[in-house]
Design a protein around this ligand. Structure first.
Ligand code: C2E
Ligand code: CA
Ligand code: CA
Length: 750
């Protein structure tokens, strides 16, 4: 639906775009059409008027010529009539003579007929007109009316066209002749003049090539009979009109251009011209419309392109702020949220809960990456389910999550959330059809006051500290950040700084604890133990600084330093002839993995068997296998003995430990401690001793706190003893004293 609506909207907006781009063109085109139409009409009317006036002028010339010709013919006729009136008794020859004088060659008059008493008596010329002689007008139907009219009106009457007795048609002008006898006018007769129609027409210009002319005897004829030149239909063609006065009566002359009006007006050319002119105006506007349209299209394209870019950027932005596996916001998101907090309410404080899955690594190792991914996805969805408005769950690392919330009662909400999260993540999961429980440790921190945004960065560290605390206290718990945690953290930070300094300022000292032959109680060796001679706190044991050294990555440096000190003291004891067979040093995994270890060791001036490395069983022998495979044989090659320390506590397999063929195994003091009271513990020690014997490995017992321990261990077959019962860790100076004292006294029998 939305898609369709969008399409319709887009279509509508495109249509509006089209319309708006071409609106000026459409407007201009309309104006142009109207202007062309009006101009053409105006031009048509004007040219019609012009044409009419031209035709009217031509017709006026024609009608005046016709009038003139008729008049001159009438004049000639009247001249002849006057001659007759002077001599009414003349004969045919006298008449002919007179008529010949009057009838000029260029006249339209063709002949005369004199009819005294209305009967034609004389004709001129006689030839061809003989038939007319004897014609009695009174008896001739066609000519009687005209003849009578002339007689009665005393005027020249023009009739015609008349069918002549002698043949043909012509106009006939009849002039009545009256003779004055002194008293009255006596009608003598009629003198007729035959006017040659074609000639009259030709001379008057009626045979015009351009005009269609008609003449009627009445102004508005309605019968063809009334029209003697041209046709009746010409009268319906809006002709121009002129008239010719016929003494008695009047002719109506009309004319239209041949082919009708408006043939020669050039209106078509004008139309073409006007249209071209209109086109010249409209075309650029249309062109501009096209340009505008194409610009609009380009803009539209750019807009779409920009939209796409914005969407792509948003997608990228989303990707960069979210975790691909779980879809949760990521670390960057949390950092941004903390650096630019949007407090939902003015009194709302930020709560951050740092979550770390307890058994994720184990599941990842056993179920593979797909299993690990399933755990993370399930965790994400469980956390998301707990999130209310203004709360967000984010994945910030491998198996680490953050849950952020805003509340105006942060303590209450934080505690509630922490319990819910621990409970939710403790629920059983099904992976590959088998049940597993992951569990999580949770560290909680919230803003004490919601005022200072700068403290928000610290909040994450606080939640971190609390998480660390939760893990220390055992897994599957929530810990809440406190000021004490902070100060402990600050202290450990201080300690770290001081330890760095201590290494450089030689504040670390070596203590030595002798080891004794179980049977003879002779000193069989000494173990070197690190101490920190702290300027303010006094002498600190390794439990106070080993963790710091490890976290600073300086435990290797520590071991190197203690080794130097041990060897230095060994040389000193030798020089004092104390007969201490060997010195042991504890060695960390980091030191073992140091690239320059072997090179450094090979530089040492050492007799074989005088130095021993104690390797903690907790060093991950399995993880470090590749390094150890190379290093340990090389170390042994240099004449340095290898002893496995704290045997029985770590998780390394006995098989992998024995593969290094150590010179000794040192049983951990936690195993030794209960042997006095526990039979089973004694059996355990006994079996370790048995293993050692079978592999030709000496067994050392540490934590020998009483002579009872010493006796039992000797009886079990232990080779060496180390413990407070025999000697505490001491300085080199104290050791020298110890040895001297020992030499002086006789060893008490056990
Ligand atoms: P460790 O190697 O097992 O060292 C023996 C620890 O047991 C020493 O503690 C020693 O004081 C203590 N001890 C000796 N006899 C008795 C006894 O009868 N009863 C009891 N309860 N304890 C006894 P210390 O000196 O505090 O050392 C602790 C651990 O620190 C050592 O355990 C060793 O793992 C580590 N360490 C000491 N010095 C160094 C060093 O230079 N480098 C490295 N990497 N670790 C060292
Ligand atoms: Ca040790
Ligand atoms: Ca030990």
């Amino acid at each position: 639906m939305t898609f369709r609506k969008n399409r319709a909207r887009r279509f509508a907006s495109t249509a509006i775009g089209h319309a708006s781009a071409f609106a000026p063109a459409i407007f201009a085109a309309t104006i142009a059409v109207v202007v062309v139409y009006v101009a053409t009409n105006w031009r048509l009317e004007r040219s019609l008027a012009d044409e009419r006036s031209i035709v009217a002028g031509e017709l006026a010339i024609i009608s005046s010529r016709l009038q003139t010709n008729l008049n001159s013919n009438v004049k000639l006729l009247q001249g002849l009539a006057a001659g007759i009136a002077v001599d009414p008794a003349m004969d045919q020859s006298a008449f002919a003579k007179l008529a010949a004088q009057i009838l000029q060659p260029d006249s339209q008059l063709r002949s005369f007929a004199a009819a005294p008493g209305m009967v034609v008596k004389w004709v001129y010329p006689e030839k061809g007109n003989e038939k007319a002689i004897g014609l009695d007008y009174r008896k001739n139907e066609k000519q009687r009316d005209g003849a009578m009219l002339a007689r009665n009106t005393h005027n020249v009457v023009l009739t015609g066209p008349v069918d002549l007795v002698q043949g043909g048609t012509a106009f006939v002008a009849r002039c009545p002749i009256y003779i004055n006898d002194g008293r009255s006018q006596i009608f003598w007769g009629l003198l007729s003049g035959i006017i040659d129609i074609p000639r009259l027409y030709q001379d008057s210009g009626l045979e015009s090539a351009e005009l269609e002319i008609a003449i009627s005897t009445v102004p508005e004829p309605n019968s063809p009979k009334q029209v003697f030149l041209g046709g009746l239909e010409t009268f319906s063609k809006q002709p121009v009109v002129a008239s010719v006065d016929m003494m008695y009566g009047r002719w109506t002359l009309i004319a239209v251009p041949k082919g009708g009006w408006g043939q020669q007006n050039g209106i078509a050319a004008f139309e073409v011209f006007a249209s071209l002119l209109g086109l010249c105006v409209v075309a650029p506007i249309v062109w501009v419309g096209f340009l505008t349209k194409s610009r609009q299209r380009t803009i539209e394209k750019l807009r779409l392109h920009k939209k796409k870019l914005v969407r792509a950027r948003q997608r990228l932005e989303h990707l960069s702020l979210h975790d691909a596996l779980t879809g949760l916001p990521n670390r960057r998101f949390v950092d941004q949220m903390i650096s630019r907090p949007k407090r939902p309410g003015p009194k709302d404080c930020l709560i951050l809960i740092h979550i770390d899955l307890d058994r994720f690594k184990a599941i990842n190792d056993t179920k593979g990456h797909a299993g690990g991914d399933a755990v993370l996805q399930a965790t994400a969805s469980r956390l998301t389910n707990l999130a209310g408005p203004h709360e967000v769950a984010a994945r910030i690392g491998g198996d680490e999550f953050i849950f952020a919330s805003w509340s105006d009662t942060p303590e209450l909400r934080a505690n509630e959330l922490a319990q819910q999260i621990v409970a939710a993540l403790e629920q059983t999961l099904f992976i590959d059809g088998s049940e597993c429980v992951v569990g999580a440790s949770v560290g909680v921190a919230w803003e004490a006051e919601c005022l200072d945004v700068r403290n928000l960065g610290q909040l994450l560290l606080n939640a971190d500290l609390a998480l660390y605390e939760a893990k220390k206290a055992g897994r599957g718990r929530a810990a809440i950040f406190t000021k004490e945690l902070r100060s402990a953290a600050i202290q450990s930070k201080e300690l770290a700084d001081e330890f760095n300094n201590a290494l450089d300022c030689d504040e670390l000292v070596a203590f030595f604890q002798p080891q004794f032959n179980a049977n003879t109680l002779d000193i069989a060796g000494v173990e070197t133990l690190a101490r920190w001679d702290h300027p303010r706190k006094g002498l600190l044991g390794p439990d106070k600084f080993l963790g710091v050294a490890e976290s600073l990555g300086r435990s290797g440096d520590l071991d190197r330093l203690i080794l130097q000190k041990a060897l230095f003291e060994l040389a000193r004891w030798d020089s004092l002839e104390m007969r201490i067979p060997r010195v042991s040093v504890n060695i960390s995994a980091r030191r073992l993995a140091q690239a320059n270890l072997l090179a450094e060791l090979s530089e040492l001036p050492l007799a074989r068997g005088r130095l021993c490395f104690e390797l903690l069983e907790t060093i991950s022998f399995d993880d470090l296998q590749p390094v150890l495979n190379e290093v340990i044989p090389a170390v042994k090659e240099l004449g340095i003995e290898i002893e496995i320390d704290d045997f029985g506590t770590g998780h390394a397999s006995i098989v992998s430990l024995l593969r290094f063929e150590p010179r000794r195994l040192k049983i951990d003091r936690e195993i030794i401690k209960p042997i006095v009271t526990s039979q089973s513990q004694r059996r355990l020690v006994s079996s370790i001793i048995e293993i050692g014997r079978s592999q030709d490995i000496d067994i050392v017992a540490e934590g020998v706190e009483t002579m009872e321990h010493a006796k039992i261990l000797r009886d079990l077959g232990c080779h060496l003893l180390q413990g407070y019962a025999l000697a505490r860790p001491m300085t080199s100076k104290q050791l020298i004293e110890f040895c001297r004292a020992k030499d002086n006294c006789v060893t008490q029998a056990m």
